[in-house]
Ligand binder design. Structure first.
Ligand SMILES: Cc1cc2nc3c(=O)[nH]c(=O)nc-3n(C[C@H](O)[C@H](O)[C@H](O)COP(=O)(O)O)c2cc1C
Length: 648
């Protein structure tokens, strides 16, 4: 029995399999994974899943694989696995092998995009006819079409089995194809596939039967469903009562019932699927807990679950039998093993910042703000120790500097980390008092803990690195991570306003009517924070787009809050003057004034270039990283620190 989390690390039988613990690695689709001769999967893809298995999850699920030629979405993620093709087997065998080498079971999600596959020139199939905003047509499926796709699920499951997968997950949630049949919003049929929940669930049950036919009764099947679709504006969708009835229909016909939530066809509902930083941890556990008393089949819960103590509590209290983890295993794939050994403090927290899926949606790459090895897991498995240890001086103890220190020290270098303030953390110290930045604050604490406990990093607080100090220490390498300063916008009367960073860092008072000059990412996040605190923020943004620095997913999450709190954001609006308690604004219609109790500017950051350049000349091997190189986001700082240290 595990002494730290006895329930979490107790085995469980799922059909013919015995899982070593209750932690499953949630399906993650890799956007460059496409097992066709044209798009062979990359080494990165293999190592991504290997890292998830190596970290100790009992089951690792490969995301979204497509079961029928007509079932793939146009656009960003059209490189999904075409599991219906036998030609995918050799590529997938490589991946299942990687998963098996750590004792985990390999699972793959079977899916069809339904309406999401419609685009001009490609008619899609789903429960009922539908015209998409993008001009694509959706055809109502005939019984023959239904039979063809059901068979596609069966064939695909057989291919998966032949590719070494130990089980399959049927995706019947999040508003994809089977979810569209289940949903009263998409399904308007009057035949045996529409109307009652039994009829709407019929196609899923046919899929289960077909997989049994092709793969045998002992091949485990998991069904992923939405416990509540959280549809916007009162639109009809699957609620917990429907979900309970659906689960009862699945009971004992499948081996696992996986209860997620939300609907990926609506931005606000998608924020529930992958709970945003504005939602509490474990926000969807309640749905699994409500379904569990109605079924004998083991139940899985998912959604912003990252704390092993919470996982243990969920299992111990019988709210679910297993937990499934998505992003927290991107931030730290070794989470399960660290928890098993009781090293919870070593778990690198996920920020729920959405850099992973946001980036994947926008560019196809999968990166993480806090884990520089995601996207290059090769470095994890084949670390390069220092061939000749060097003295590395790092100027600046923000996240980039701390990451550089940790990586350099891990590689065997002698590291001196200097921070001009009396504590480590850099600008992310501003998160301390922001409720929805708790994960970021946990990450800061994690980094500080890792640095202070590393035993091989010499930390000097209250020390500014100057060229003189560099010459005195005479390091082999100097890494400058000295950050950036807030830009003070050249607005007449700016002295009557306060900087956002100062407001946070020095806890400056903020009145009820607060005008924020600058609607970039930090200005918008500040407006949300002030709205949460019951204040009335107005944001002035001179360009036509607000929160321009945000990734698409975090943007959706912020929009939910903006709408919920009715936050007043004025784009194409320039602030032309400030007086005590007054802001003058100008837009295409003219000039007007706003009264304000507090005026805050959030006009971006400017790299500390002079200080950086002064240091540049002081050491032959010099590198600048993070905001002092180019102001950006936390991923750039952390990955920059990692690279700089890896290059030594
Ligand atoms: C990068 C990324 C890719 C994902 N791909 C899939 C997928 O292919 N299929 C799926 O059902 N869910 C997918 N998800 C959702 C996760 O499986 C999980 O349900 C969700 O992120 C909530 O769990 P978490 O809060 O632990 O991340 C993806 C999530 C992320 C972050």
């Amino acid at each position: 029995m595990n002494e730290y989390y006895p329930n979490l690390f107790s085995p469980i039988r799922i059909g013919s399999l015995t899982l070593k613990n209750r932690i499953m690695a949630s399906p993650i689709s890799l956007f460059d994974l496409s097992p066709t001769p044209e798009h062979k999967h990359s080494l990165n893809d293999r190592l991504f899943y290997r890292l998830r298995a190596c970290g100790g999850a009992s089951v690792v699920t490969v995301g979204d694989s497509i079961v029928h030629p007509g079932g793939n979405t146009e656009g960003f993620n059209d490189n999904k696995v075409n599991i219906y093709m036998r030609s995918s087997i050799p590529y997938l065998l490589d991946i299942t092998d990687e998963i098996h080498r750590y004792g985990a079971y390999a699972n793959i999600e079977l899916n069809h995009d339904g309406i999401r596959a419609a685009f001009p020139g490609h008619d899609a199939w789903s429960a009922s006819a539908y015209e998409r905003d993008n001009g694509g047509h959706v055809l109502e499926m005939t019984e023959e079409m239904i039979e063809e796709v059901v068979d596609g699920f069966g064939i695909s499951a057989r291919n998966a089995k032949d590719a070494g997968f130990d089980m399959v997950m049927i995706h019947a949630g999040h508003g994809w194809f089977l979810g569209q049949f289940l949903s009263p919003f998409w399904n308007h049929r009057t035949d045996r596939f529409g109307g009652s929940i039994e009829n709407r669930a019929r196609i899923t049950l046919m899929v289960i039967d077909r997989i049994r036919k092709y793969c045998g009764n002992s091949f485990p099947i998991e069904v992923r469903l939405s416990g509540d679709e959280a549809m916007p504006d009162g639109l009809p969708g699957i609620d917990i009562n429907d979900a309970i009835e659906f689960a009862k229909l699945l009971d004992r016909k499948v081996d696992l019932i996986h209860v997620s939530a939300g609907n990926n066809n609506f931005d606000s509902s998608e924020m529930v699927t992958h709970p945003s930083m504005f939602l509490e941890h474990g926000v969807n556990v309640k749905y699994a807990a409500m379904i569990k008393p109605h079924v004998k089949t083991p139940v899985v819960t998912v959604g912003a679950i990252s704390d092993p103590a919470m996982m243990e509590d969920i299992i111990a209290r019988g709210r679910a039998d297993l937990v499934s983890i998505g992003r927290a295993l991107i931030a730290d794939p070794l989470l399960p093993e660290k928890a098993r050994h009781g090293n919870t403090g070593d778990i690198r927290p996920c920020l729920r910042c959405w850099r992973c899926l946001g980036e994947a949606c926008e560019t196809g790459a999968l990166y993480c703000s806090v884990n520089p090895e995601i996207g290059r897991a090769f470095d994890h498995f084949y670390p390069l120790p220092a061939t000749s240890p060097k003295t590395v001086l790092i100027a600046g103890g923000g996240p980039g500097g701390m990451q550089a220190a940790l990586t350099a020290a891990k590689r065997g270098h002698h590291v001196i980390l200097c921070e001009k303030e009396n504590e480590l953390g850099g600008t992310i110290r501003y998160c301390k008092d922001i409720s929805f930045k708790k994960d970021m604050d946990d990450y800061r604490e994690y980094l500080v803990r890792q640095v202070m406990e590393s035993g091989s990093i010499e930390v000097r607080l209250g020390v500014t690195v100057t060229p003189e100090l560099v010459r005195e220490i005479s390091p082999d390498h100097l890494i400058a991570a000295i950050g950036a300063d807030p830009v003070i916008p050249p607005i007449p009367g700016i002295e009557h306003a306060q900087g956002l960073l100062d407001t946070y860092m020095h806890r400056l008072p903020v009145g009820n009517r607060v005008v924020i000059i600058g609607g970039g990412l930090s200005g918008i996040e500040a407006a949300i924070e002030f709205a949460h605190a019951g204040k009335t923020p107005i944001v002035l943004e001179m360009s036509s787009r607000y929160a321009a620095g945000s990734n698409i997913m975090h943007g959706f999450a912020m929009n939910v809050e903006i709408e919920k709190y009715g936050i007043d954001i004025r784009t194409d609006t320039r602030c032309t003057g400030i007086a005590p308690g007054k802001v003058t604004c100008e837009n295409a219609d003219g000039t007007y004034e706003l009264d304000a109790d507090t005026i805050i500017y959030a006009a971006g950051m400017r790299a500390r270039r002079d200080e950086t350049d002064a240091l540049r000349e002081s050491c032959f091997e010099f590198e600048s990283i993070g905001d002092c190189k180019k102001p950006a986001q936390i991923r750039e700082a952390v990955t920059g620190g990692y690279f700089a240290a890896m290059n030594i």
